[in-house]
Design a protein around this ligand. Structure first.
Ligand code: HEC
Ligand code: HEC
Length: 352
């Protein structure tokens, strides 16, 4: 009898423990399910657009028709272990290029210490952070700069030779193969021939005046210098493997053949990505500040690259290509700093 009661008592205890466990599991499951849903809804562009600054360029593109932006697939989803290892190495090379290939690189010493990721933010996955979303889908493609069809290898080496002021990587080598595998993998969810939403740079309206390096210097001192330093040289980390704050000019910076040397690219990059932590939803610079600080930085000294074969058809030069000869009669200074509206209007007219 007593035995029976004891048994019932311990059964009761067991039930209550099981009940508690079930409760905990239910709460956990609900929690785990709701976190991604919460994050997803918080990332909906039109929800966040309310925080946008009222600058004309951002209001134009943040109405309710704003698209869902591209996001990179997760490397963890790769089941082929060999491919996964290659793609992961590619990502490491993009994020920490300097560790492997910089001035103190463990694999090769062939570039200036910048990481690809310094300009292609979040390993080339950030919305309007110069991401690689459209590379797999659009390459090989014709590029007017070279006047030829370029594949991914050629495009990557362009950045090695210009943005990283270095030399070309061996196309068959392990590093280039890994970089290509990574870029191809993250763009694999974009339909061939299509552009991913939010890839490259977000547009920025031209100013009605020339960009002003003097104003830009003031912006630089107030909003950039704390990280990139008064001499623009940035700060290398303590073990000298990569930059904590990358160089913006001088001998360790990108050269004058690099994409970022064009003022419009620089202004767009900075407007939607700098100071560090900025994104397209919370730009911290006005359009004028972005153009002016770009004018200041592209006026500083930096390495020169000799590329006489660039732009074989001069009529295809972008408006802000800072080197002549030009197909129009605007000066090199106006092509470098603006005002760009008159050049754009003349180009439109001559196309008609
Ligand atoms: C100093 C900044 C900077 C660095 C560092 C840099 N890039 Fe770039 N990269 C650019 C800019 C700017 C463009 C776009 C140029 C243009 O369209 O005129 C670009 C374009 C590209 C593109 C083509 C993107 C497209 O959608 O067409 C690829 C691929 C690329 N870079 C790869 C790399 C790799 C790999 C590295 C590292 C080895 C690297 N970049 C380092 C600035 C940089
Ligand atoms: C709080 C520190 C900080 C401030 C302030 C800051 N940056 Fe940066 N900047 C960074 C870091 C860090 C990177 C590299 C980003 C990465 O690798 O994810 C970077 C990268 C860059 C790059 C591309 C890489 C290169 O070296 O060319 C440019 C251009 C740039 N910043 C310009 C600016 C400008 C202009 C300002 C002022 C409007 C500014 N930054 C303010 C930290 C900062």
């Amino acid at each position: 009898m007593e035995n029976q009661q004891n048994k019932e008592h311990s059964n009761d205890q067991l039930f209550s423990v099981i009940n508690k466990l079930i409760m905990i599991i239910v709460v956990l499951v609900i929690g785990i399910i709701s976190i991604p849903i919460f994050i997803y809804y918080n990332n909906q562009p039109d929800k966040v657009s309310k925080n946008n600054s009222p600058s004309p360029s951002s209001t134009a593109s943040t109405n309710s028709t704003e698209p869902l932006y591209w996001t990179a697939p997760d490397i963890e989803s790769i089941t082929d272990l060999k491919l996964k290892a290659t793609v992961s190495y590619g990502k490491a090379l993009i994020a920490h290029t300097s560790k492997y290939l910089g001035p103190n690189g463990s694999v090769l010493k062939m570039s200036n210490g910048l990481n690809c990721q310094n300009c292609h933010l979040e390993a080339g996955t950030k919305v309007w952070g110069n991401n690689y979303g459209s590379v797999a889908s659009l390459y090989p493609k014709f590029r007017a700069r070279s006047g030829a069809i370029e594949n991914i290898y050629k495009r990557v080496n362009d950045c090695f030779q210009r943005s990283l002021n270095g030399i070309a990587l061996d196309t068959n080598g392990k590093e280039m193969q890994a970089i290509k595998a990574y870029i191809t993998f993250i763009g694999s969810n974009v339909e061939k021939g299509k552009k991913a939403e939010g890839s490259g740079f977000k547009d920025l309206a031209f100013l009605d005046r020339a960009a002003n390096p003097e104003n830009g210097k003031k912006v630089y001192i107030a909003k950039c210098q704390s990280c990139h330093q008064d001499n623009g040289q940035g700060v290398f980390n303590s073990d000298k493997s990569e930059y904590t704050y990358p160089a913006l000019w001088g001998e360790h910076s990108f050269n004058d053949g690099a994409g970022l040397y064009r003022i419009s690219n620089f202004a767009k990059y900075v407007k939607y990505n700098m100071p560090q932590g900025t994104n397209y939803q919370n730009p911290m610079l006005s359009d004028e500040e972005a153009w002016d600080v770009a004018a200041f930085v592209v006026s500083r000294n930096r390495p020169h690259i000799n590329v006489p074969k660039d732009w074989p058809d001069i009529s295809k030069k972008p408006i802000d290509h800072p080197f002549g000869p030009y197909a129009d009669s605007f000066t090199a200074t106006q092509h470098k700093f603006g005002p760009f509206n008159p050049i754009a209007a003349a180009q439109k007219k001559s196309k008609k």
